[in-house]
Design a protein around this ligand. Structure first.
Ligand code: ASP
Length: 315
């Protein structure tokens, strides 16, 4: 089946349309079923090479892309930037040109600078997937979140979704805002004033600075990690105080709908943005399911981009 998403790269969710998102989620749904079966190895990407190039630490995203590519039958190379020429001072573009000369089919790239992955995509012939660039975008995270929600709630349109916590430093928030808006969900940002996106209302979201008010009557409560590695200086007085006002516990969650689902992209800071009692409550938390759907979504993305390469993918 020809994919509806016809671009060569997947760099963000900002330009994704509802039919493109729906097609990617439908494909991922099928892969979710494959991943739950005993025989997981397919030949969709047989003969293809996927290179994971991660300039930032990652556990779940890198493993997830690796598993996704392997389950589709691709050869996978994981580049450790600490153990490569990057550590010797090679620039991003030189590294890209070097890898490009080896003819990979897909480069999966994570970089600490917003915009770096897009820049790199202009220098290579293969397909590029943004696996997170600075605080800009993390498209496969938003897709896996959407798949998790759609499977549980049966739809995205009309749902009230609260994205809560360190929104300012979050690429997960930005990618989710665009994708959820495209799918007709109502998005709220809930953050301390110091951790909100300035002028966020222009993105079509409503903004709250009180957790209970922000999640009131919501279907989905998506918590974000406090991203200390992207902060210089004091954005919050103390983690204890942060938990008191913005940490999700059972008492605050009572403000959301009784069947509201709790999400978190991981890694979690337990006791800072989320109480363990909620994070581990299988009736409310879909955090493990998000990880599961991550592999399925990445299989769908790799399949789509590889099919696009074969038909000369638009740029
Ligand atoms: N894993 C997600 C990311 O890479 C969320 C986080 O790190 O807090 O953006």
């Amino acid at each position: 089946m020809t994919p509806i998403y016809a671009q060569r790269h997947l760099l963000g969710t900002r330009s994704l349309t509802a039919p493109e998102i729906t097609d990617l989620l439908d494909r991922a749904d099928r892969y979710a079923a494959v991943n739950r079966s005993a025989e997981k190895k397919l030949a969709v990407l047989a003969g293809r090479t996927v290179v994971n190039l991660f300039y930032e630490n990652s556990t779940r995203t890198r493993t997830s892309f690796e598993l996704a590519a392997k389950r589709l039958g691709a050869d996978v190379v994981n580049m450790q930037t600490g153990a490569s020429s990057v550590a010797k001072g090679e620039t991003l573009i030189d590294t890209a040109a070097t890898l490009n000369a080896m003819h990979p089919d897909v480069l999966v790239v994570r970089h600490q600078d917003s915009g770096a992955v897009s820049l790199l995509s202009q220098k290579v012939n293969c397909a590029v997937v943004n696996a997170g660039d600075g605080k800009h975008e993390h498209p496969t995270q938003a897709l896996l979140d959407a798949l998790t929600i759609r499977r549980r709630k049966g739809r995205l349109a009309g749902l009230k979704v609260a994205i809560c916590g360190d929104v300012l430093h979050s690429r997960v928030a930005r990618s989710n805002i665009h994708l959820l808006a495209a799918m007709g969900a109502e998005v709220r940002l809930v953050a301390p004033r110091t951790l909100c996106i300035p002028g966020a209302e222009s993105l079509g979201v409503s903004v709250f600075h009180d957790l209970r008010a922000g999640i009131a009557d919501c279907d989905i409560v998506m918590m974000l990690r406090i991203q200390n590695e992207r902060m210089s200086g004091g954005f919050i007085p103390s983690t204890r105080e942060y938990f008191r006002f913005f940490g999700l516990d059972r008492e605050k969650l009572a403000a959301a709908k009784p069947d509201a689902l709790v999400m978190h992209p991981g890694p979690m800071n337990r006791g800072v943005e989320i109480d363990s009692d909620i994070a581990d409550d299988v009736e409310r938390s879909v955090i493990r399911e998000q990880v599961e759907m991550g592999v399925a979504v990445r299989m769908a993305v790799l399949e789509t981009l590889t099919l696009n390469l074969a038909r000369g993918g638009d740029r």
